[in-house]
Design a protein around this ligand. Sequence first.
Ligand code: ADP
Ligand code: MG
Length: 265
Amino acid sequence: MDTLLSANESKAEPREAILSVRDVKVVFSGFQAIKGVSLDVGEQEIVTIIGPNGAGKSTLMDAIVGKSPVASGHVYYRGQDITNRSPHAIAHMGIGRKFQNPNVYNELTVFENILLALKGSHGVFASIRAKLTSVKKAKIESVLDRVGLLDKAFTRVSSLSHGQKQWIEIGMVLAQDPAVVLLDEPTAGMTPDETRDTGEIIKMLAQNYSVVVIEHDMEFVKQIAQRIVVLHQGEKLTEGTVQEVQSNPKVIEVYLGRERIDTAA
Ligand SMILES: Nc1ncnc2c1ncn2[C@@H]1O[C@H](COP(=O)(O)OP(=O)(O)O)[C@@H](O)[C@H]1O
Ligand SMILES: [Mg+2]
């Protein structure tokens, strides 16, 4: 608890925003999934997004990375308007996003999977046959170290656990040299130990990247959270520290209270 408090206190000073979402709306055939949300992500900050199912959390990430069209409002990256640019262009600029389901090559090693994800890789066989430069090798090792898989570098992915495959996917995002890393429910399907390890990985990542995490598990949120944004029905209900959010009556009503009832049932 002490560490939690000090982690929350230490983030109190404002940081320069690297990613800014301004009054963004996303509409799916008349249905407003995001109804004017604003959000800032600072350099090397962890922002956690929570909210009930259907709140619009994934859609907000989709809007940031150019996967869902922004109907109005703006997304800025390092002060530059990137609203509705192509997903490829946005990824290339420095916003990396991990999707929920691991999408890894099971028959290849962990090392080869990261190699394929490196910027400028051209196809599976060409990449694997190409002479590995020492720069690339060092890069892959540094990525594997960051996601805790250095000792599994030459293990075939098929023999790894679900959680380890999720970490490879995070590594594949890092291999693209992002400045901002977006993680949509990174602990889905993980064991409690893997979930805790993922929290430690994310805290380490924040030493080098800005991280936005969508998460359900409140224990995990407490482990990693600096600033929490609560979404509900496409709107930002509130944002603040773990303590602020947990004691907010609106949040208890729409989310935390309901979760407690769900868990008890
Ligand atoms: N591609 C889509 N087309 C139509 N409706 C969508 C689409 N994607 C999401 N939605 C709707 O938008 C709302 C928000 O969904 P989503 O962002 O996935 O919520 P969350 O991630 O918070 O659970 C939901 O009502 C969902 O059904
Ligand atoms: Mg979602």
